[in-house]
Design a protein around this ligand. Sequence first.
Ligand SMILES: Cc1cc2nc3c(=O)[nH]c(=O)nc-3n(C[C@H](O)[C@H](O)[C@H](O)COP(=O)(O)OP(=O)(O)OC[C@H]3O[C@@H](n4cnc5c(N)ncnc54)[C@H](O)[C@@H]3O)c2cc1C
Length: 385
Amino acid sequence: MKRLTFEPEHEQFRDTVIRFMQSEVAPHVERFRHQGMVDRELFLKAGEQGLLCTWADEKYGGAGIDDFRYEQIIIEENMRHGDIGFYINLHNDLVAPYITKLGTDAQKARWMPGIVRGETILAVAMTEPSTGSDLASMKTRADCRGDHWVLNGAKTFISNGVLADLVVVAARTDLESRHGLGLFVVERGMPGFERGRRLEKIGLKSQDTAELFFDNVKVPKENVLGEANKGFGYLARFLAQERLVASIGFMATAQTAFDLTLQFVKERRAFGKPIGAFQNTRFKMASLRAELDVAQAFVDQCVLLLNTGALNAEDAAAAKLITSELEGRVMDECVQLHGGAGYMDEHRISRMYTDARVSRIFAGTSEIMREIIGRSLGLDERTLT
Ligand SMILES: Cc1cc2nc3c(=O)[nH]c(=O)nc-3n(C[C@H](O)[C@H](O)[C@H](O)COP(=O)(O)OP(=O)(O)OC[C@H]3O[C@@H](n4cnc5c(N)ncnc54)[C@H](O)[C@@H]3O)c2cc1C
């Protein structure tokens, strides 16, 4: 289905992004997979091309473009032509906004130029060994000591965990209140801040995912984002954008898998004809095409809502739920249509299949998305009697 949300200038920008992904990322995917992460120079190159935080203020080196469609294009073309392990969207759209929306002028002036140039790579650390969905149960603590805070605890499953120079860490600041959390910017090299293992995963082989440890890390007050006991509300506020960003990526990988498979079923022959000639193949592909078009229209609409500040938590949760579940179905059908080739590592579809399994888990599981949507309908076990 023709997408109506992009103007000619967006498509011009898309061409630039495609060229960057094809020349700077795609040729290195195999190496990235073996080293378990992308090269940090990739962020520098993306910075040189103006692909980091297009929305950032010009005084910090950004383009000051207040239109999320440009970020959407970067995510889509990284998924299609670059590499899912290049977590540019985490840097641009999930973590940097914490600094620009919650940071003081001094904090922005200190960190944003390096972030936009790609010298400073970002991560966000919420999940802990004992808690993920239930963020209010986190145990990492920050204790106030006058002009600084002392951070103790452990985080796990942190994307860009090894590469990151700045990590936005959520920690408990008020032991009396479940929601008493703060957000602390922990910098590479701070004494007591250690990285643990780079975690091995069934997919996302080129994306670095790590454990982080905080042992009496002295964090100056200048590194607290916003108010030190309002972190829970801040996290909730940013999650809608995070879930839409995830959905944009899921749609791009699902569309790519569909296109690869359409090509494959036209070429692969069985019983004297292309497998695409079988009614089963045609019906499967037709159903996927229809579902992809419907979901894409919803995601594009959500991007426009985000542009106007009107994207709510329920719509973002719906986008994340529908697109991650659809992506999973698309990958499964596409592997099936590839036959044995679909199970072989050398075929991109096999990797896309394992990469996609996490989509229903991270950035909030499908079950949590259903909870958010269900509660918006007034179906809340905490209040319904
Ligand atoms: C590759 C990868 C990258 C990640 N990157 C990051 C990152 O950069 N930063 C970060 O902070 N975190 C990151 N995460 C963590 C991720 O967000 C969590 O794994 C996710 O939120 C789920 O939390 P959990 O693993 O603790 O599962 P749990 O919360 O223990 O959930 C286990 C199961 O119980 C279900 N469940 C839990 N609560 C409910 C409920 N109320 N109702 C019904 N079912 C429920 C869940 O849906 C799930 O099926 C990453 C994870 C992965 C796998």
